[in-house]
Design a protein around this ligand. Structure first.
Ligand code: UDP
Ligand code: ZN
Ligand code: FE
Length: 324
């Protein structure tokens, strides 16, 4: 049994997939993503594999429509992006830039395939990092959900961006970039990308990474933008890992336009990275106010968080130049 249900009170989608409970939980004696494992083989530097415990699948069973609720067939694809054959690395930022670039190229290829399937409405690319936040396998990997629905959080961003665009004739996100670039919250910038802790950060060490060009889809990024993105991700994530003197557990999500129902000229793609340690190194939980009311409490200021991450970034760029 698997299906997609919608909460009619919020618009949230729930991927009901009870078979996922049997997935391996932090095994210490084997790793399905190592070279030579049954699904990987040898002679690769990065791989996209079907998730063995998928939340959506091309062969998902048909479902009876519910007379009251929105209930959908769990059609789609859940994929694992194995970013390196090296099991023991802590983070994608430990990989050479060229390898991160290769991973981004694979993701873009996969997205182009997904876009040709009319039943896929959204390409969700994300990465969980750190046992502390419950990753089930520590081998460096990210994930892709190709979904028949648009995630509600993105739908809400689309709506707000659209009304801003209609009222002022400008992109909300371009205006955010311009406000943030003049602030104390910039973490690092490149000609084509900018990383900052947003004014409105919800998590203690949150970084948003935007292309400076107004672009809606990951597949619309050019070669140079992808090259620079590889460099930016490496530096920002390395900085996050160095900000508190111990590796930072984080979640990273790509927010981009849906594949259907467009165009979305008012939207602007970006990565959101949520570093989950508070400044004292304790894990921040999403508790009642956060989960139940979407009210986030922040035990630091975004300005202080940016300063800590910038200090981390300094350490990373110094060690790259061989000075540390
Ligand atoms: N997985 C897989 N093949 C296996 C074992 C696990 O594809 O042989 C998947 C598993 O279903 C999980 C993913 O690998 O979705 C590891 O993801 P992660 O730990 O980041 O987060 P999770 O998806 O478990 O929340
Ligand atoms: Zn824009
Ligand atoms: Fe966003």
């Amino acid at each position: 049994m698997s299906e997609i249900r919608q909460d009619p009170t919020t618009g949230d989608w729930i991927l009901v997939a009870p078979r996922r409970v049997s997935r391996p939980w932090q095994p210490s004696d084997f790793c399905p993503f190592d070279p030579g494992a049954p699904e990987t083989g040898y002679g690769w530097d990065a791989l996209i594999l079907p998730n063995r415990y998928p939340v959506v699948a091309p062969d998902a069973p048909e479902v009876e429509p519910d007379p009251f609720y929105a209930r959908l067939r769990a059609y789609g694809r859940a994929l694992v992006v194995v970013e390196t054959p090296e099991h023991g690395l802590d983070d994608i930022s430990d990989l050479p830039e060229a390898q991160i670039r290769r991973v981004l190229g694979l993701v873009a290829e996969e997205m182009a395939k997904a876009a040709s399937d009319p039943a896929i409405a959204y390409f969700l690319f994300f990465r969980n990092k750190g046992r502390e936040i419950g990753v089930s396998l520590t081998h460096p990997h990210s994930q892709i959900y190709e979904l028949p629905v648009v995630p509600a959080r993105v739908a809400r961003e689309l709506e707000r961006s659209k009304s801003y665009y209609e009222e002022r004739g400008r992109c909300l996100h371009c205006d955010i970039i311009s406000a943030e670039s003049k602030s104390k919250r910039v973490v690092a910038s490149w000609p084509r990308w900018i990383a900052f802790v947003p004014f409105y950060a919800r998590w203690p060490h949150e970084v948003h990474l935007y292309p400076t060009r107004h672009v809606q889809l990951f597949t619309e990024l050019g070669e140079e933008e992808l090259d620079e993105l590889a460099a930016a991700l490496k530096l920002v994530l390395c900085g996050l890992n160095k900000a508190l003197g111990k590796p930072m557990p984080y979640m990273m999500v790509l927010h981009q336009a849906p594949l259907r129902g467009g165009p979305y000229p008012h939207y602007h793609l970006h990565f959101e990275i949520y570093g989950m340690y508070r400044p004292d190194g304790k894990l921040k939980y999403a508790a009642s106010a956060e989960t139940g009311a979407n009210i986030y409490t922040l035990d630091t200021t975004p300005e202080d968080a940016a300063e800590r991450i910038r200090a981390g970034v300094e350490i990373c760029s110094a060690s790259r130049l061989g000075h540390a």
